[in-house]
Design a protein around this ligand. Structure first.
Ligand code: PRP
Length: 183
């Protein structure tokens, strides 16, 4: 889906598909250099990270492994509470592994901060984070992100994996959703 297909639903395209791909290529070169000679395990957080994972993994040139987690945060409405429930756990034993968590967005930071602690407690050699988007103005906890795509304003964004009511994930760009859609 292109932004032009749903123009009336969006107020602004924040990050275009080509800007995303250029940024992922840049991050992939840094990741390749940092993990040279090591076996990297990418951990994608369902469902939002599917697009980032697919494009980042294909951009990376060495062999790697991919695994997935699904988590849900207990909280009122759309707000994260920091209390996280594992809906689907990893299939991989993390003992001694170099783990890179792949996320679409860091909003409050609560999900990722919980996930970092959880994965680090499983005996991994290292656990780092790659996130395409971050909303600095929404942060409730600071998360140490080693590989970051873009800082964006604290607006309701959709696309490239990010949804509103499970729609818009297949939009190619990241865009601000028009208020009339959700109000
Ligand atoms: C989104 C996103 C992160 C989390 C970030 O997932 O993919 O996992 O929210 O929010 P936080 O920084 O405030 O914790 P969501 O719970 O919307 O699920 P989804 O990926 O299935 O859409």
């Amino acid at each position: 889906m292109h932004a032009s297909d749903i123009e009336g639903d969006l107020t602004e395209v924040l990050v275009t598909e080509s800007e995303i791909h250029a940024k992922l290529a840049e991050l992939a070169r840094r990741i390749e250099a940092d993990y040279e000679g090591r076996d990297l395990l990418l951990v994608g957080v369902l469902k939002g990270a599917v697009m980032v994972m697919a494009d980042l993994a294909r951009e990376l040139r060495p062999h790697l492994n991919m695994d997935w987690m699904a988590v849900s945060s207990y909280g009122a409405g759309t707000q994260s509470s920091g209390v996280v429930k594992i809906l689907k756990d990893l299939d991989t034993d993390l003992t001694g592994r170099d783990v890179l968590i792949v996320e679409d967005i860091i909003d409050s930071g609560l999900t990722l901060s919980w996930l970092l602690e959880n994965l680090r407690s499983r005996g991994a050699a290292s656990v780092e984070v790659c996130a395409l988007l971050r909303k600095p103005d929404a942060a409730k906890v600071e998360v140490d992100v080693r590989y970051l795509g873009f800082d964006i304003p604290n607006q309701f964004v959709v696309g490239y994996g990010l949804d509103y009511a499970e729609r818009y994930r297949n939009l190619r760009d990241v865009a601000i959703l028009a208020p009339h859609v959700y109000s």
